[in-house]
Ligand binder design. Structure first.
Ligand code: ATP
Length: 634
């Protein structure tokens, strides 16, 4: 393996200009990256990889970027590989002439099917090698695998995987398998890829020089690509635009359009009304009810079609046909296209009452038929991001609100604007919070109005603060954590798991870090349900990307996300959460964790991040210091 300093893509690039890029090329780059930890070095390697593709075969850039992102399509297209270990094991056994039990034993030993594939290949000789794999061939095969459906789809998927494996050499089998499992995990995030893509575009000699006012073109280009991706997360559009128009014009050529969801703006936790008034001292802000339903971005296209996207940018249109058919009723006739940000909330129209989230979660998830709907929903609209051909993301909230109120009519129980209060009076806000809670809302969301009040896609912004009544006495917010292991139950809990080990997610190192044990907050039925669901996720060894010093009885593949309420956070020598952020050698743990609910709308990688855990710890410390100071004053 070459060291990064020796990584001259030209020596690795052994294909002619215009020829398909071999899959071995990104595979070698992945191998180099997996031996590195520094973000700058990793960005350099990815940048060099992409530059080489731009210089030789730019047509293959989009496929290369997709593979490096370990994706096969934008999230809103909903195309997923969906391959279980069983299919891979079968394909691997057939491709290498081994038996399935043999592969399974090796899997147990190595804990990574990719490593099993690599070891099996290197011990196999072949009379006639198939043509070498190319990036485009692998990418297209992945898409075909994802699209297989119907009766023999498992068999067809397996055969496609087998064909890829038979042609794979060197380190290709390792990365083929990891990509197929959507677990590349070589230690770089999509943000690093975007930065590298921007930097690679700067080196493209066919494009214009950076504008004269730009001091550091590489940094600026990275920022541009990240920003554009946050409003148009579609490589199929961004990559060709980069190749034809260059990076400096990218914001002009790629803009927000109905039909492609932007990542939702998110809120930071806060503990009390006083803290809000303090934080927003000289800024106008609005307080809104925080409804407890499901986030929805409703897109209405000029051709009259409607799409609804979830918090994760997944297409949720099939779940809410009632909303789709009703939405046009509430818009004024001058409105030709729009994107609404709102919360869909279970609603009892007879009683004129908001219903709890638990009721909403009983609705079927797919292909819902209007006549079979038992739980009605009311749309609570709080923002408008696009109107009549114009993006409003750069407008201040005050302007967006005016446009929202001007463009739609309320209809009780069907479409309502989020209840809002503009005031900076402590007592008034406190009363408003109480009224939100008595109207079955979780609390308030407080938003800046006319300064620092643009819409920040995919960002947890300080310009949106959430105030949840329940948690004000504890740490201000719940955490969303991933069960990665469990301990066998004793006594009454014999036969089921007695406690689980939870982890947060560290995006920088792409690892799950242990944070606490949880054994309370479950009813017996719930405990059985969770045990049953996780039993199918048991794995023999912890994954290489689990950071955990605790020794549980069984390990799980990551699958669920649990919302957990805690009393407070403490520094811990045993748990690994946020290790190195607050303390160089110790992590953070949670005291008295209790299960609130399972978060169906989050993937494990969207769990609370280690950075958020550190922020919560610091906020708590800050509050304690303040309280102690207050105490001394008394
Ligand atoms: P995370 O845990 O990642 O912060 P979350 O999904 O748990 O996100 P919160 O941060 O607790 O949500 O709160 C933000 C969510 O509150 C939004 O995603 C939205 O679904 C919901 N919400 C309800 N009412 C409003 C409102 N008026 N304005 C904005 N969001 C609202």
């Amino acid at each position: 393996k070459k060291k990064p300093a020796d990584f001259d893509p030209k020596t690795v690039a052994c294909w002619g200009k215009g020829e398909r890029v071999p899959f071995l090329f990104p595979s070698l780059a992945f191998d180099l990256i997996s031996n590195e930890t520094g973000r700058i070095v990793i960005t350099d390697i990815v940048c060099n990889m992409l530059r080489t593709v731009i210089d030789t075969t730019p047509d293959d850039l989009a496929a290369t970027v997709y593979l490096a992102a370990n994706k096969i399509a934008p999230a809103h297209e909903g195309l997923e590989l969906g391959i279980g270990d069983a299919s891979i094991i079968k394909a691997l056994a057939e491709a290498c002439g081994r038996t399935e039990p043999h592969i399974k034993t090796q899997y147990k030993e190595k804990g990574d099917l990719g490593l099993v594939a690599q070891a099996s290949r290197s011990s196999q000789s072949m009379m006639r090698r198939p043509a070498p794999l190319t990036v485009v061939k692998v990418f297209e095969s992945f898409r075909l695998i994802a699209k297989e459906s119907g009766k023999d789809s498992q068999e067809k998927k397996k055969n496609r995987i087998k064909a890829l494996l038979v042609a794979a050499t060197d380190c290709e089998p390792l990365y083929l398998i990891r990509l197929l499992q959507t677990k590349l995990r070589i230690g770089f995030s999509e943000q690093t890829l975007l930065a590298a893509l921007g930097q690679a575009a700067v080196y493209n000699e066919h494009h214009s020089r950076p504008p004269p006012n730009i001091q550091s073109p590489l940094e600026e280009a990275a920022k541009i690509v990240k920003q554009v991706f946050s409003i148009l997360p579609v490589y199929d559009i961004i990559v060709p635009a980069l190749l034809t128009g260059g990076v400096w014009d990218l914001p002009k050529t790629c803009s927000f359009t109905p039909g492609v969801p932007v990542g939702p703006m998110l809120a930071k936790p806060t503990k009390g009304v006083a803290e809000i008034v303090n934080k927003f001292q000289d800024i106008d802000f609005v307080c809104e009810y925080k409804y407890d339903g499901e986030r929805a971005q409703i897109h209405y296209m000029e051709n009259g079609s409607v799409e609804i996207y979830s918090r994760n940018a997944e297409r949720n249109t099939g779940k809410f046909p009632d909303v789709v058919s009703a939405i046009t009723r509430f818009k004024k006739s001058s409105v030709k296209s729009f994107v609404l940000d709102c919360e869909l909330v279970a609603y009892d129209r007879a009683q004129k009452k908001i219903l709890p989230f638990q009721i909403l979660s009983t609705r079927a998830r797919k292909n819902v038929v209007v006549s079979e709907i038992k739980v009605d929903v009311c749309i609570f609209a709080f923002d408008i991001l696009y109107l009549n051909g114009q993006s409003l993301l750069h407008e201040q909230l005050k302007v967006r609100k005016e446009k929202l109120y001007d463009s739609f009519e309320e209809e009780s129980g069907f479409f309502q604007f989020a209840t809002a209060l503009t005031s900076n009076d402590l007592e008034e806000i406190q009363k408003f919070l109480d009224s939100a809670v008595s109207s079955s809302c979780e609390g308030l969301i407080i938003k800046t109005l006319d300064r620092d009040a643009t819409y920040e896609p995919s960002k947890r912004s300080l310009n949106w603060l959430k105030l949840k009544k329940d948690y004000m006495e504890s740490i201000g917010d719940t955490l969303d954590l991933v069960p990665i292991a469990a301990f066998h139950g004793r006594g009454k809990r014999t036969g089921i798991y007695g406690a689980f080990l939870l982890a947060c997610y560290d995006d920088t190192n792409e690892e799950f870090q242990s944070i606490c044990k949880i054994g309370t907050g479950f009813s017996e039925a719930q405990l059985e349900e969770r045990s049953a669901s996780l039993r199918s996720k048991v794995i023999p060894e912890p994954k290489s990307y689990y950071r955990c010093e605790v020794k549980p009885d069984v390990w799980f593949e990551t699958s669920e996300v649990w919302e957990v309420k805690v009393a407070d956070l403490t520094i811990s020598p045993v748990y690994s959460a946020a290790i190195g952020i607050v303390d160089p050698a110790k992590g953070i743990s949670l005291r008295f964790p209790r299960l609130v609910r399972v978060r169906e709308d989050k993937t494990p990688e969207q769990a609370t991040s280690s950075e958020q855990v550190a922020e919560m710890y610091n906020a708590q410390k800050h509050n304690q210091t303040n309280n102690e100071e207050d105490g001394e004053d008394d």
